[in-house]
Design a protein. Structure first.
Length: 169
């Protein structure tokens, strides 16, 4: 393949992804006007949380669901504190990943987020992390960092890390 053809393919792919992501975000926003996660955003982050925090979450299913609901509540607070441009970008990403074509093409995950096995989600995230496309790597970093930061900001998770908490001065 000639260099010119490769560059044209890259630019075309980026333009299609930007238009598709914008159209999906306009039709099905992943953030509510208040900045909180919509059902689509909650579904994506719940799945990413299950995969990224697999060994850190409680083993019992009821306790695991409570921990994931707490995670989603903390993500809502975190997202609402982001500047508007960052909220818009995150909404586009979550909308894209929440759509079937976006999930399959961008994350390379066949099953819907809530039905996918933890191992499949982990494999999809690993594929994004190791991708040669910087956009997929950035998406992975955002999903991973938001999920893990929100989870470990809860003092109840600190004993899992062996962290006693801040010292009193």
């Amino acid at each position: 393949m000639q260099r010119r053809t490769l560059l044209l393919l890259g630019l075309t792919s980026a333009a299609v992804l930007a238009v598709a992501g914008g159209a999906v975000a306009w039709l099905q926003p992943a953030l509510l006007p208040s900045g909180a996660l919509s059902a689509t955003g909650r579904e994506v982050f719940a799945a990413v949380g299950r995969a990224a925090l697999d060994k850190s979450l409680p083993d019992a299913e009821a306790a695991r669901q409570i921990a994931l609901q707490g995670l989603l509540a903390r993500i809502d607070v975190l997202v609402q504190a982001l500047p508007p441009h960052a909220q818009a970008e995150l909404s586009q990403l979550l909308s894209l990943l929440g759509s079937t074509p976006g999930r399959r093409a961008f994350a390379r995950l066949r099953q819907p987020w809530r039905e996918a096995a933890v191992a499949d989600i982990q494999q999809a995230l690993q594929g994004m992390r190791l991708s040669t496309l910087a956009l997929r790597q950035q998406a992975y970093a955002a999903l991973h960092d938001i999920s893990t930061d929100a989870y470990f900001s809860d003092p109840a998770s600190w004993p899992l890390l062996g962290y006693p908490g801040p010292r009193k001065i």
